[in-house]
Write a protein that binds this ligand. Structure first.
Ligand code: PLP
Length: 398
């Protein structure tokens, strides 16, 4: 089959929160598997057992990086499936769940459907900084609360929630604690025992691993129903032959992310300062949405500028950023996260997300800031609407 080539400008990719490019080391590790491992890990013959060994090595390495036991790691097709598994598998009519207004649609969607089946849901508002505070979650807990599900890092703002405080609260009140850590795994140290986490969702493609692989950490002894039955794989928690190359690629990507975690954090801190300084020097009118607790994610508000049009204009310049989250960016609706943080509809629609990753360079950061400043200048006369012309070129240095 011929794969159609998408024509792109020499591009700068600043949308790592949506998905990170596959890391070269991950590709090598996955190719090695694809070239040599073909057996079914459930088969008892040697090719099957070779696949089993590769799968279990990957599981062990992933488990170690979050302080879990290997048997507590369930491979899934990604973060969405991990979130759905825990919500559908755990909750029964009459149960109450405490969640937040800033969760990813893969948590909000299933909860909305579960509500129709008699599950009660309370959505806590974040503070104006974007953080979901444990004190607010505490107020929402009632006698029937079975689960707290609060994300570790918000995908749109990069705001980090205090997992230790949330875990301690859950332990104190005898409630199960799930966190969607899709944006957090590899970016901050997480120990599931120290943080009091019972369930954790993660995904490989946010780290430079492959698409279509994720995991659910499920604390031993907490029973839940599988979302996908029909096979006894993954200790009966998820039927279906496992994706060996995917699991190995995920483990490799997380290993690299953990090794580079501190250095990358410091680099992103510098990039953030550089980016905001450049915008200030260009006299761009902007503000930052959220507390900025993950330095690699900048949610920028540009008064009077349509965020959606800005993303298209930057794309025409070969710069990839996003309007809200990637999943929502096909539909230009103002972000539910920014609205929950108190921005009105107009302010929320004047915002874009810039996210750096392992491959971002300082030269790219400077170029993005300068081009963005010039694009905004060109768009400004069209306030408050959407610019019609997305094809003009910007002469930006650096
Ligand atoms: C916070 C969060 N949760 C869940 C998901 C879904 O993960 P996946 O794409 O692996 O299904 C994403 C992806 O954008 C995310 O950012």
């Amino acid at each position: 089959m011929r794969i159609p080539k998408v024509k792109t400008n020499p591009s700068i990719y600043c949308d790592y929160s949506a998905s990170a490019p596959l890391r070269a080391e991950v590709r090598v590790a996955m190719t090695e598997i694809d070239d040599h491992i073909f057996g079914n890990p459930s088969s008892i013959h040697q090719p099957g057992q070779a696949a089993r060994v590769a799968l279990e090595r990957a599981r062990k390495s992933l488990a170690q990086s979050i302080g879990a036991k290997p048997r507590e790691i369930i491979f899934t097709s990604g973060g969405t499936e991990a979130n759905n598994t825990v919500l559908w598998g755990l909750l029964k009519p009459g149960d109450h769940v405490v969640t937040s207004l800033i969760e990813h649609p893969s948590v909000q969607g299933p909860l909305k459907r579960l509500q129709k089946q008699g599950i009660k849901v309370t959505q806590v508002s974040p503070a104006a900084t974007g953080e979901v505070l444990a004190d607010e979650v505490a107020k929402a807990i009632g006698p029937h609360t079975r689960l707290i599900t609060i994300m570790a890092i918000n995908n749109e703002t990069g705001v980090v929630n205090d997992l230790t405080a949330l875990g301690a609260l859950a332990a104190e009140r005898g409630v199960i604690f799930h966190t969607d850590a899709v944006q957090a795994l590899g970016k901050l140290p997480i120990d599931v025992i120290q943080c009091g986490i019972h369930f954790l969702s993660a995904s490989a493609h946010k780290l430079g691993g492959p698409n279509g692989v994720g995991l659910l950490y499920a604390r031993q002894m907490i029973p839940f129903q599988p979302l996908q039955s029909g096979g006894s794989q993954e200790n009966g928690h998820r039927g279906g032959t496992e994706n060996i190359a995917g699991a190995v690629g995920f483990a490799k990507a997380l290993g690299l992310a953990v090794e580079e975690q501190e250095a990358l954090y410091q680099r992103h801190l510098t990039f953030r300062k550089t980016f905001l300084r450049e915008l200030t020097e260009e006299q761009t009118d902007f503000s930052v949405n959220g507390s900025g607790s993950s330095p690699g994610v900048i949610n920028l508000r540009l008064p009077g500028i349509s965020g959606h049009a800005l993303v298209m204009n930057l794309d025409a310049e070969g710069i990839a950023v996003s309007y809200g989250s990637a999943c929502a960016s096909g539909t230009p609706k103002p972000s539910h996260v920014l609205r929950a943080m108190g921005l009105d509809e107009a302010a929320a629609s004047q915002s874009v997300r810039i996210s750096f990753g392992y491959g971002t360079t300082e030269a790219e950061v400077i170029r993005v800031a300068r081009v963005l400043a010039q694009v905004v200048l060109r768009m400004a006369p069209s306030i408050p609407g959407v610019t019609s012309d997305v094809t003009w070129k910007v002469e930006a240095s650096a």
